[in-house]
Design a protein around this ligand. Structure first.
Ligand code: BTN
Length: 243
């Protein structure tokens, strides 16, 4: 394993993806940056972080012989890993908000951006980017965000959180390599935020409806049951939670 520590970078995910195009990376490689100037989130969003109060890092991991139809297992494994690592640190009321936001007390504590490299229907490698709010005392203009400090009342050392999280990620990714796909999916489903609770959603045509999250499909799509008890699967771009 190789760890690269940077003072500042646009995005740790972009850094690893670009480096991987130029050289054969050590498997695995972790890059952690004190400051991230252009942190990327899901669906083209930005990820804001405060230097020395939060963790921004990415992990490059190579795979061999895993069919691309198991891409969702990487999402399940990484989400479970971050959840388990934070649980071990006694962070209360943890849930995974589909597809991979980590929530505490119904507020977002960590975000995950997974970018896979697929060739000839096999997963070649993945870059897993993780942002964890650790010691922030407040979030201006981000009422839905929380930190480990706000959630537990305790400050944590960034390096300790980093190590606990990446060790757990490697353990859970091992399960992907062992083909433990079904168990990963069912463990992931057990920790889903607002599962079986009536919530308000909006689909891409803009229809609002009440529905209950029932779980995820094999491909990792969200399964929502509407008021007529019909279950529909949605991809990330197709559905918004309004609560
Ligand atoms: C999200 O919640 O939308 C995903 C956020 C992912 C943020 C992390 S921070 C480290 C890594 N580098 C990035 O540019 N993004 C991820």
């Amino acid at each position: 394993m190789k760890i690269i520590k940077l003072n500042a970078i646009d995005s740790t995910n972009s850094y690893l993806i670009n480096l991987g195009k130029k050289e054969r990376l050590t498997n695995p490689t972790i890059v952690v940056s004190e400051k991230q100037l252009k942190g990327r989130g899901q669906l083209g969003a930005t990820w804001q972080s405060k230097p020395s109060q939060s963790l921004t890092f990415s992990i490059f991991k190579r795979f061999e012989g895993i069919p691309a139809n198991h891409l969702s297992s990487i999402t399940f494994a990484v989400s479970i890993a971050v959840y388990k690592a934070l649980n071990r640190m006694l962070i209360p009321q943890l849930k995974i908000k589909w597809p991979n936001d980590i929530m505490s007390h119904s507020k977002k504590l960590a975000g995950i951006l997974i970018e896979n490299q697929v060739k000839q229907s096999e997963i070649v490698s993945t870059v897993i980017g993780i942002g964890i709010n650790v010691n922030e005392e407040n979030f201006e203009n981000l009422p839905q965000a929380t930190s480990i400090l706000l959630s537990t009342g305790r400050k944590h050392l960034l390096d300790e959180v980093l190590q606990t999280v990446y060790e757990t990620i490697f353990k859970e990714l091992n399960r992907v390599e062992q083909g433990d796909f079904q168990n990963l999916k069912s463990e992931y489903e057990k920790t889903l935020f607002r599962k079986n609770i009536v919530s308000v959603f909006e689909d891409t045509p803009g229809n609002r409806f009440n529905g209950k999250i029932k779980g995820v499909s094999e491909e990792g799509e969200l399964l929502i049951e509407n008021e007529d008890e019909i279950i529909t699967s949605y991809q990330l771009k197709e559905i918004k939670y309004l609560l």
